[in-house]
Design a protein around this ligand. Sequence first.
Ligand code: SF4
Length: 375
Amino acid sequence: MNKIKSKDRIIAWPRMGRIDIPLKALLVSLGANVIIPPSNNNKALEIGVKNSIEGICLPYKLNLANYIMALDKGANTLMMFQAPGSCRLGNYTKMAQKTLKKLGYDFDMVIFDMYQSKMKQTLQAFWHVTHCLNPFKYYKGFSLGFNKFFAIDKAEKLLFYTRPREINKGDAENCYNKWLKIIDETNSVLRAKHLVRNIENDFAKINIDKDKFVPIVYLIGEFFVLLDPFTNQNIEKTIGEMGIEVQRQIWFGDWLEHVLKPSFLYHKLSHRERSVIYAKDYMKRPIGGECIETIGDTVYAAKHGIDGIIHISPFSCMPEIVAQNILPKVSRNENIPVMSLVLDEQTGKAGYITRIEAFIDLVKRRHRKNLADKV
Ligand code: SF4
């Protein structure tokens, strides 16, 4: 495990949304060398599929491909995020390690066990890969990392709100891309702390139609597909361009804060806790993955006037298969339209666009009717 000296380590981790930006800031602040594999794409998918057993879920295939691509570029230390629960994520690390060794790669794998209040273990894992003992560097790294996570979340939320209302098509997307670049380049803690406010101010300058008829749809489901635009085929953009405000229910910053902060410092109701409360008539306890979040979010949406639910999951994901089987009952009982989309390496965009269009049509009609009933 300790065979690589910290100065010789070149660290890589799997791609998922824009996790690369804050994590790079954190590790570089601790003096680490990092390699970021390319964003998930068809080539990564091809590599992942070729080196995985067929029935394994899509996130594993892409994670494995990210590792292979990073090792080919010179990485020698791989970080893996693991969470408890009865889904296959718990076995990924061992499977990936075995496959990569079989392919002839030499590396050290460092596991981050992501569960509530794991700050101590996380610090130990960071120490293991960097051997950094300077508390100021930890302060800088974590401040930059957390503020960048929150800034990315804020920029995405504003993108989802602004996109269906913008007067000039593309303004919101351009603003978002501009801020991603600024967030990535920010290297001072003070400036990182002002990112969220500056992003809000900049988005507020975009010309929008505030009175436009814009229904709201919750995007829910499995963690990885929700956060990875390649896997979900940029579904948020597709729905936003159909004149719908998307509200995703999983956010990296929120999730990390809950996972890493000691419980005595975390005073909010976490997404998981909220889900357990709202799902209680349909599920008694979490069963792994985001199953209970999917059910809880749907009930929560129905009780808070949301117009519809789009549920996405990777093919063969057991927790989401369970959720998908409960959702029709939730939809009927709570009176909210739900559409489930299962994504895999064969999913063609054209096929699922037609389904989304039909669903959005239904959501818009329902929203119009609800507005008319209120008058
Ligand atoms: S939640 Fe589903 S897709 Fe995600 S790791 Fe677990 S089994 Fe795989």
